[in-house]
Design a binder for this molecule. Structure first.
Ligand code: 13P
Length: 282
């Protein structure tokens, strides 16, 4: 079933966090949905604006909706970290079920004003909205935040932002970094606890999932995270696998391209299964 985050979070209440996996190319899409369906968990497929433009909004949305209608689990299509309000309105018009407006680099009042505009438009179309307060460091598909500019989310700012902007989900900066694939993040659980207390119903979102250890993933889920993003690990693993299959001995121009991509798609499915299993509460 094709859902927005509001419906998805409600139906997943008490069952843990929903995994949000960044789609880097079209081939990943069916593998991700199948893995979630096999595990019987909801899934959020998310794209950068760049990926949406690369695949094409219409074919991407049509494929996700068609796949979603044929599985017994909830599937959302979410636009990740977008600073362009017109592009978000286009995504909403064309059928994304959820969007993120990222105004985290702006002064908070400007962030609230812009996010509110997106929320009004999105909610009128049955689409959910994620916002961001504080600043998550690192680099991710065009979103680059210098280490020095990264900033923990202040609980009072998060409360002010969430109640004024009316977002359904809120990305918080609690120690994770986008694109951290060589080491693991140190999570500030005291801050997470404070944020959870202040924010009540707004679904907290953990970004930078690649750099989070399995133990911390489980702990974040137990502490109430509602959405956990994983991106770089999928990109990295796809490259690792295709680098091997494409350069294997005996590959010729007549070798089946599908046969060379299959192992990479299988790896994507395995990562979704592995991470989504960590996000389930026992
Ligand atoms: P990673 O690429 O570090 O897993 O982060 C993904 C993310 O947070 C997307 O917004």
């Amino acid at each position: 079933m094709y859902k927005n985050l509001i419906e998805m979070f409600k139906e997943n209440e008490g069952k843990g966090a929903v995994g949000a996996f960044n789609v880097h190319c079209f081939e990943m899409v069916p593998a991700m949905v199948k893995a979630a369906a096999d595990l019987n968990v909801p899934i959020i497929l998310q794209t950068s604006l760049g990926t949406a433009e690369y695949i094409g909004f219409e074919p991407l949305i049509a494929a996700v909706k068609a796949l979603a209608e044929n599985v017994p689990v909830n599937v959302a299509l979410h636009m990740d970290h977008c600073k362009d309000i017109d592009a978000l309105k286009r995504a909403i018009d064309l059928g994304y079920s959820s969007v993120m407006y990222d105004g985290s680099s702006l002064p908070i009042e400007e962030n609230i004003k812009n996010t509110k505009e997106v929320v009004a438009y999105a909610h009128a179309h049955g689409v959910s909205v994620e916002g961001e307060v504080g600043s998550i460091g690192g680099a991710e598909d065009g979103v680059v935040v210098d280490k020095d500019a990264a900033m923990y989310t202040k609980p009072e700012d998060a409360l002010h932002f969430a109640s004024e902007a009316g977002v359904d989900a809120l990305a918080v900066s609690i120690g994770t970094t986008h694109g951290q694939y060589k080491s693991k993040a140190k999570i500030n659980y005291e801050l997470l606890e404070e944020l959870k207390e202040k924010l009540g119903d707004t679904g907290l979102v953990l970004h930078g999932g690649t750099g989070v250890s399995d133990e911390d993933m489980r702990k974040c889920v137990r502490e109430g995270m509602k959405k956990i993003n994983v991106g770089t690990e999928l990109n990295k693993s796809y490259i690792e696998v295709v680098s091997k299959t494409f350069t294997a001995e005996g590959v010729t121009p007549l070798t089946s391209l599908r046969g060379l991509l299959g192992p990479a798609n299988d790896r994507i499915a395995a990562i979704v299964t592995e991470k989504a299993s960590l996000f389930k509460l026992d």
